[in-house]
Design a protein around this ligand. Structure first.
Ligand code: 5GP
Length: 363
């Protein structure tokens, strides 16, 4: 395992709130229990449960949203998540998060409006950026053009972080457009693109399409959660849109595989997530193997390291063990991921240098 930790890695599919430390989530839930906002024992059971189905995972996200409704908490989670990725030698992180809709749900039921505690999509994102600014001094972080790169002589590691704003599939066209406009306003704070995520059984492609099209016209990069549930019409529409990358691609049929392969759209592969949510029945039938063999552009990612109790080193170790790949092959796979990042050429060249230097020292 140590080798996979030492290897530099690129993380392109990580949801901020899904990457929350379990210890932090429990602490926040306990605090809320003491204040009488929630019944802690009910929540403790949900948090500690492993192997959640896709439905249960979205229940857990509703819970996470309840305990992450203030700015201080968002800042803390962001700081911890970036530090956790850096600690396992993730050298470039595209962190995605949903600027909070002004509602907070409890297992699908509206619980409170976040605007009642003074949170807007913008203030939520400002709290995220504050988290980036407050990472430990033992870490050099590069995240925004107008923010001087924080580097200190004592720093042990360096990480590049860029932000993607997620549109939640529960949202309306107007709310999606609000997220895109916010992303445009926050470009100088490290925001480089838009993600479409949230419960895949909810919402229509036609609702999000105008906002995604506008985002792309304005120069934002796009990644879509695609094919988490069988929905050939939506999958076809998404592939036709030609996003910069897609996440998951679990429920594709022959026609969609053909289209994906000819389009060469890179796929963000989340092994543990797909197995735990049962979107893929077992690792031996996971499409990683087929896409890897076909030399289709792919990148290994965590999805929600907190919710699925994993990390990126673990995902690489898992791919090695499951698909019989060696260290050199997976090192190459990690390095190739630099081609699919949304940051510009200067960052790409610096990352290639990081990989080349690591390649000379790692055995
Ligand atoms: P956040 O956007 O609040 O920082 O991260 C958690 C949110 O990301 C979840 O509420 C959900 O909308 C989205 N998300 C996390 N994991 C998945 C996933 O595997 N599939 C989809 N479709 N959405 C996800």
């Amino acid at each position: 395992m140590d080798w996979w930790v030492s290897m530099p890695k690129v993380e392109l599919h990580a949801h901020l709130n899904g990457s929350i430390r379990n210890s932090t989530l429990l602490e926040l839930a306990r605090d809320m229990g003491e204040k009488g906002t929630i019944v802690f024992s009910d929540f403790e059971h949900v948090i500690k449960k492993n192997d959640r189905s896709l439905r249960e995972v979205f229940k857990l996200f509703d819970l996470i949203h309840i305990v992450t409704t203030d700015h201080k908490t968002i800042t803390r989670i962001t700081k911890e998540v970036v530090e956790d990725f850096a600690a396992e030698n993730v050298v470039y992180l595209e962190l995605r998060t949903t600027p909070k809709v002004p509602e907070c749900y409890n297992f699908g039921k509206l619980l409170q409006r976040n605007d009642s505690i003074g949170m807007s999509k913008r203030s939520y994102m400002e709290a995220v950026v504050e988290g980036l600014r407050s990472v430990s001094s033992s870490l050099d972080i590069n995240f925004a053009c107008d923010y001087p790169e924080k580097s200190s002589a004592t720093a042990e590691k360096k990480i590049y972080v860029r932000l993607l704003l997620s549109i939640d599939r529960r949202e309306s066209t107007a709310a999606a457009m609000e997220t895109v406009n916010l992303a445009l306003e926050m470009r100088d704070m490290g925001v480089i693109g838009i993600d479409l995520s949230g419960n895949p059984t909810i919402g229509e492609w036609a609702t999000f399409f105008p906002a995604l099209k506008f985002a792309r016209e304005q120069g934002l990069h796009i990644t879509l959660h695609c094919g988490e549930v069988p929905n050939p019409v939506e999958i076809q529409a998404m592939l036709h849109f030609l996003p910069g990358r897609i996440g998951h691609a679990c429920c594709f049929q022959d026609e969609e595989w053909k289209k994906l392969k000819s389009s060469k759209i890179p796929v963000e592969i989340c092994l543990t997530s797909n197995i735990q949510t049962e979107t893929i029945s077992s690792m031996d039938v996971h499409h990683f193997a087929e896409l890897y063999k076909a030399k289709h552009p792919i990148v290994l990612c965590t999805d929600d390291s907190g919710v699925f109790s994993t990390n990126l080193s673990n995902e690489y170790a898992l791919a090695a063990n499951t698909f019989g790949l060696g260290k050199a092959e997976l090192f190459e796979l990690a390095k190739r991921a630099v081609n699919f990042i949304y940051a510009g050429n200067r960052v790409k060249m610096e990352l290639i240098e990081v990989f080349e230097s690591a390649g000379r020292t790692l055995e």
